[in-house]
Design a protein around this ligand. Structure first.
Ligand SMILES: NC(=O)c1ccc[n+]([C@@H]2O[C@H](COP(=O)([O-])OP(=O)(O)OC[C@H]3O[C@@H](n4cnc5c(N)ncnc54)[C@H](OP(=O)(O)O)[C@@H]3O)[C@@H](O)[C@H]2O)c1
Length: 350
């Protein structure tokens, strides 16, 4: 016992200086880790679970049948190009048959691997069921269905007309949900896996001043397809919800993105082509394809600060609200002054 107590008494207490340097060393490690995490996060343009996935191999979609709705322009057209390059057979849909034929002629694949199927998602339900049947029969089954139909909004909630509200809900929400309902029994009855890719928006995850109804549409779409994904979890049908942030998706004359102002469609001709804050369409399309290929449930695809805001709203909603309550009134004022909160320049009633 005597030995033990003397051993204890011999142990020296660390000096104040040693204690301080130990603390400093710890602080340096923590700051270093924070810096690395910050640098990594800054480089992200998708949520981490998608960012970590490999891109789709060259022949990743070889022989797969992909139905792209909203294929006449914008992101849908770019997606059709991407799937064609990777070997898929394509069914192209939207309302405008002439534009779809033009897209077909531009695709980098054999024409016999492409079918044009015009459909109005806001049309009567029996037309949607007819389109669903035809799409499934064209190439003998469906592997991927991309719902890339929609219209955006640049108007204040206090000014938007009931007609614009109805139009936005019809094209962004009700149409895609009804088409999916028409399609589901056919997909569940086929003896191969299928994946529905619902293109929502970051406006489904983060409040979006100047886009209240659009945001409502996309949040509802998210609600529908996330619930559906859980219902189908033990079936052959998978669901991927894609939430892109701003994308430069307008290309030249005749391809302006559909955006509603308070009373009707407004022109966005060429306004977004050079907007660096918007993601390049090729990158967005590559990430959507990767999310579908790897069966990612929810894909956030955006540059910062929108991506960072989505994370903030998940982990610290109070901070998110604080930020958006500062941004919102500035956007509202800009819009009242005739400017856009979303860099949709060159606006004018069509
Ligand atoms: N661009 C962005 O920054 C962005 C960001 C987040 C989310 N998104 C979403 O991504 C999707 C595509 O956006 P985008 O920028 O490519 O838009 P876009 O250029 O306006 O294209 C919309 C597509 O939807 C089709 N469409 C519109 N109404 C339709 C209807 N009633 N029935 C069938 N097809 C219809 C259009 O073709 P027709 O006119 O020939 O019918 C067109 O092919 C939308 O859901 C949008 O909300 C876009």
């Amino acid at each position: 016992m005597g030995n033990v107590s003397s051993t204890f008494s011999e142990k020296k207490e660390p000096s104040h200086l040693q204690y301080l340097s130990f603390q400093m060393w710890h602080l340096a490690v923590v700051l270093g880790l924070c810096y690395v995490a910050f640098k990594y996060f800054k480089g992200l343009d998708a949520n981490i679970s998608l960012f970590l996935k490999q891109s789709v191999p060259e022949n990743g979609w070889q022989g797969k049948v992909v139905w792209v709705l909203g294929a006449s322009q914008g992101m849908g057209k770019q997606l059709a190009m991407h799937f064609a390059r990777h070997g898929a057979k394509l069914i192209l849909s939207s309302r405008n048959e002439a534009k779809l034929q033009e897209v077909k002629s531009e695709l980098p694949c054999s024409l016999e691997n492409v079918s044009v199927l015009p459909v109005d998602l806001c049309g009567p339900y029996d037309q949607l069921t007819k389109a669903a049947t035809t799409a499934q029969q064209v190439f003998g089954g469906l592997d991927v269905i991309v719902l890339c139909v929609g219209a955006s909004m640049n108007a204040l909630a206090a000014e938007v007309t009931p007609e614009v509200t109805d139009a936005l809900l019809a094209v962004n929400t009700v149409g895609p949900i009804k088409l999916t309902r028409a399609l589901l029994p056919r997909l569940l009855g086929q003896n191969r896996p299928a994946r529905i890719v619902a293109v929502a928006s970051m406006a489904a995850k983060v409040p979006s001043p100047g886009q209240s109804v659009y945001s409502a549409c996309k949040m509802a779409l998210y609600g529908n397809f996330s619930s559906l994904a859980t219902e189908l979890a033990d079936t052959n049908v998978g669901v991927t919800i894609v939430c892109p942030g701003p994308v430069r998706s307008s290309y030249g004359p005749g391809s302006a993105r559909a955006v509603y102002g308070p009373t009707g469609l407004i022109s966005t001709q060429d306004a977004e082509k050079e907007d660096k804050a918007r993601m390049a369409p090729a990158r967005c399309v590559e990430l959507i394809s990767s999310a579908a290929y790897h069966g990612v449930d929810e894909a956030w695809i955006s540059k910062h600060p929108v991506l960072a805001l989505a994370y903030i709203f998940q982990v610290a909603p109070a901070l998110g609200w604080m930020i958006l309550k500062r941004v919102g009134p500035k956007r509202a004022k800009a819009m009242k002054d005739g400017r856009s909160g979303y860099d949709v320049r060159g606006m004018g009633q069509q």
